[in-house]
Design a protein. Sequence first.
Length: 365
Amino acid sequence: MQSTSTTLVTGGAGFIGSHLVRTLLQQGRRLVNVDKLTYAGNLHSLADLAGNSQHHFVHADVCNTELMVSLLQQYQPEWVFHLAAESHVDRSIDRPLSFVQTNVLGTASLLQASLDYWQTLPFAQRQSFRFIHVSTDEVFGSLGKDGNGDIRVGEAFGPASCYAPRSPYAASKASADHLVRAWNNTYQFPAIVTNCTNNFGPNQFPEKLIPVVVLRALRGEPLPVYGDGKQVRDWIFVVDHVDALISIAEQGRPQQTYLIGARHAITNLQLVMEICSVMDRVVPHPSRGGYAELITFVQDRPGHDFAYRVDPSQTEQEIDWRPKFEFSQALENTIRWYIDHPSWWQAILDGSYTIQRQGLASSDP
Ligand code: NAD
């Protein structure tokens, strides 16, 4: 659908945000991209948009409420997608207060600015305005184990699942979700909360499990797997997540929650083995039996959640969306993207704190 409406995206220089920005521009929307450019923000991910007059990049912190109010008044968006966040669980263990600052206070700041703006709109525009808060399945805590130490058959988070966040990252996102619901209820503000599973795809910062494994394998370095590698994560290709977010803005009911997932839950070890087998095929190493030989089990993360899995049925029934990408093909395409784009990741690795300090990565956002 072509549209000339304006959309404001926060965190649009990050992993998911860069895909969302590109898709919205392709749909003909004018785009205001507000990003603080933390270590995770990367304008190289948007390099192909240089010169696109519909893309307005604003280097700003969502915690600056006054600036957010003036941006909203200046650009008059119909939709706001809020993705800006500190997003890495391991960093939240080291520096939890920066997560509270951006994820909790930053969300409150943007919510209040958006409410002030929304209340000034004429009736028809108030009706069509949507604030989409992009959150995670980690707010629900961890699924349990069956008697064999495996994930229980069929168990998954659903819209009625209770909040039980267990890491500083998850708690900060849960707090933000509660703020959004309070603004819904108190001011009838038309916000929607989305809780998505683990994303993968191009442009993901190389502290997350898939890019870490690919880039370390390419350099012949150990592939770190936390604990016994039996933690279960539910994976979705980032383009499917972005399509769901846009469908929710178009068709979702204000003040509702939508769970997003692609029904592909596997253990971290299974995922790392699959990456190794793709790489054995795509970039075979002449002097090694196989990349799986590089797998190294490392000390588990403190408080590491055992399993997340989402049942997206209700979302699929309510909005016209289904994940389109088959996991193994999307994973192979993602691996090939990293192999084909060394200039994107080399600059990051040269100054990367997490990888050089710990050599650890996480499957969790
Ligand atoms: P990311 O870390 O790649 O990107 C975050 C972006 O936010 C960066 O560009 C960063 O510069 C920007 N940012 C951080 N603090 C800011 C601030 N105070 N003001 C303005 N911009 C700021 O994260 P991502 O993986 O793209 O995740 C985006 C959103 O989706 C996050 O809210 C995350 O919680 C949520 N989410 C992610 C996943 C996943 O698997 N990656 C899954 C579910 C939900």
